[in-house]
Design a protein around this ligand. Structure first.
Ligand code: 9MG
Length: 291
């Protein structure tokens, strides 16, 4: 079964939560330190180029480990990250999407806020658009809706460069749900169907530890919005803060959080650590189903 075709297909697989593997096509991504970047024949003196074969091998491994979705991103969204140009993002993302689409049986998600990247990615074989800015950048909403692909809209307070400065909420769950509801309304008014949309509270995006923990324990409240729920907590600082561990030592914490998220209603778990997360999600779902 080819999974990466448009609208709806990722939900025809069944009710079991899905694992999305992260494939960063960036030299400065926080958790893999740009390990898919290598100097290569196409690299110039002052720019590193993505080694497509290395990136494809990483995607292949994640699919073999049980990832149903591969999330390809060409712009780092780590706290403090600098924006990249549209051309840079296109150059990083599109050839990789084409390669994965030609070889692997998975849904290709493209993590972008840029309308041109969304358009090109859809043409290249993407099966999902994942926008941490919730389709608010110029032209993004129109291109996303026209693509008829499943869309993931995420809550973020501020911009990656500054979002962790001093995030403040009165009731973080209410405010995140309210924002997501507004974006669902805007997308549906532009022609999207609710079944096409996935929502994400945006762990770590303009949130302190207590905000992240509140969002996780009350994740079920997002069910009232009647969209599938995606979460991404793998290797994030909320784990580092609780366990006092660097990025390289956050696997067990991330797996614990993935299980809790499934118990509280997550349908898709975004992770760098696919094999461990697949097992954790299966166990959590078995427990949840039996309750
Ligand atoms: C790109 N990216 C990084 N973290 C993310 C998260 O938590 N959710 C989504 N949807 N995308 C993310």
């Amino acid at each position: 079964m080819k999974l990466s075709s448009p609208l709806g297909t990722i939900w025809q697989i069944g009710d079991e939560p899905l694992v999305m593997g992260v494939l960063n096509a960036t030299p400065d991504s926080f958790s893999d330190g740009g390990r898919h970047f290598r100097s290569s024949a196409v690299a110039t003196a002052n720019s590193s180029a993505l080694n497509l074969d290395v990136a494809l091998a990483a995607a292949r491994d994640m699919v073999a480990e049980g990832a149903v979705i591969i999330d390809v991103g060409g712009e780092s969204t780590r706290p403090g990250a600098q924006p990249v140009s549209e051309q840079q993002e296109l150059d990083r993302v599109i050839p990789l999407v084409e390669k994965i689409a030609a070889e692997l049986d998975c849904v290709i998600s493209v993590d972008t806020s840029t309308a041109a990247v969304m358009r090109e990615a859809a043409a290249a074989g993407a099966g999902l658009l994942n926008d941490v800015r919730s389709f608010q950048c110029e032209g993004a909403l129109e291109v996303a809706v026209a693509s008829r692909l499943p869309l993931c809209l995420m809550h973020m307070l501020g911009e990656p460069r500054t979002m962790q400065a001093d995030p403040q909420y009165h009731d973080v769950v209410d405010e995140v749900a309210g924002f997501l509801n507004q974006r669902i309304t805007a997308l549906c008014a532009a022609g999207a169907r609710r079944e096409q949309l996935m929502i994400d509270p945006g762990f770590g995006f303009g949130k302190l530890l207590q905000h992240n923990l509140q969002l996780l324990v009350h994740l079920d409240r997002l069910n009232s919005l009647q969209c599938k729920i995606l979460v991404g907590m793998s290797r994030k600082s909320m784990i580092g803060q609780v366990l006092d561990k660097p990025v390289a030592e956050r696997l067990f914490g991330g797996v614990a959080l993935a299980s809790i998220a499934v118990m509280h209603g997550a349908n898709v778990v975004r992770t760098h650590d696919v094999a461990a997360t697949v097992d954790a999600v299966k166990m959590a779902y078995a427990v949840k189903r039996s309750s």
